[in-house]
Write a protein that binds this ligand. Sequence first.
Ligand code: SF4
Length: 497
Amino acid sequence: MEKKYYLSKSRYCNGLQCHKMLWLDEYKSNEKSEVNNDSVLDNGTEVGIVAKDLFGSHIDIKFNTNLQQMIDDTNKALKNKNTIITEASFIYENNFCSVDILVKNDNDFEIYEVKSSTEIKDIYVEDLTYQVYVLKSLGYQIKSANLVYINSNYIRHGNLNLKELFNIEDLTNVVNSKLSLVKDNIKNICDSLNEEEEPKIDLGMHCVTPYECPFFKYCTKKLPEKNVFKLKGLPNKNKFLLYQNNTYSYEDLLETSINKKYKQQIEFELYNKDDYIDKNEIRKFLDTLSYPLYFLDFETFQQAIPKYDGIKPYMQIPFQYFLHYIESKDSKLEHKEFLAESNIDPRRSLAESLVRDIPKDVCTLAYNMSFEKTVIKNLAYLYPDLREHLMNIHDNIKDLMIPFYHRNYYTKDMLGSYSIKYVLPALFPNEDSLNYHNLDLIHNGSEAMNAYANLGNLSEDEQMKVRNNLLKYCELDTFAMVKIWQKLQEQVETINN
Ligand code: SF4
């Protein structure tokens, strides 16, 4: 007998993206890998909580693992003639949904789906259409279906202005045009879930859009280890086209007219080629640098809901930097550091510290400098009294990434990447002190961001520990730059001798 599967908004959307994804989630969930998807962020984030107040006072249906309880609570709330309900929950033939914001006026209903994104995506329309289907099937009269999403141009001044923070788009027409498809979609998804055999669905763009599929590793495990999906920088569209043409092994790819930068990656890995080092180009780059030489790295965080004045949603807010510096050729390496107090707007104190720590007219190195430059430019815009000095630092930044970006220095272990996270272990494979995995607690930028955001919730002792680890992490970032710069110098010295 056929089993009845429950669908929810997210399971319906996953099923639409790929039946196999939902099937694997049901029967082989241990094969799932971690992915960084806004599908995860969109669920129950701070944005959803804040948006509940968008239309004023409301009845909030509390989450309960017993869905029937949520449905009963909703039915009670719906007894009011005119009301606003958040997380109003419904079920129609095993299709469950909670509406983020439901506005009831007499017998008319408006549906509002809240997303933490700053743009409208096709998948959000599908999500809304599913909700309208469930409610209409239950006999509710739906006047409009709307998407609530973040207005990226909003700048906070004083109290949060929810009407300005959120954009509202009426998607009723497009939702209505898709409504007749939902029934068949649900049937197809549930039929597929009832199959004993894994669905035979091949790889394609649906593996990466609208969301990166957590089963990609599983679905590609029969491909040769070196395959087209390992090529860094090649657009996904091209990767899937090559795959669909049965040209996915490195050997086969070499027979195509693929761009020479991808050929280089393939040949280096396939034939175990020696390092490529263009010493003249490296020397030209090093000649653009001068003492005193500073190495700078920022850590930043982003807030979908701006907490401080002058901040836009998702703006990069610096809270920490580390500096290594060398005054002259024979000077020893020194360092300075800044880590803001928690639960404050860190920008002013960071900007003041930065102009104290980096003198005017010195050469400052960053790795992938556009990030550091944007952070400094934003600070200069915000603080006119510090602007001249900050812009002087900004204008004197050079990018240590250049020799790797241009592949003046390339090794097979860089795996086609010029990111410092690949370049560093490729240049220093055996140096434990340069291995981010050997750090305690904080090993990457997002862990640093989360650790800082959470500092205010910790005891004094715990805060001290986390702050020490944040400093160690940021120190490694700039120390890694120093080591890379020294490595480049060594290469050039060998042509001078
Ligand atoms: S990797 Fe692609 S084919 Fe495999 S389950 Fe995910 S979306 Fe479907």
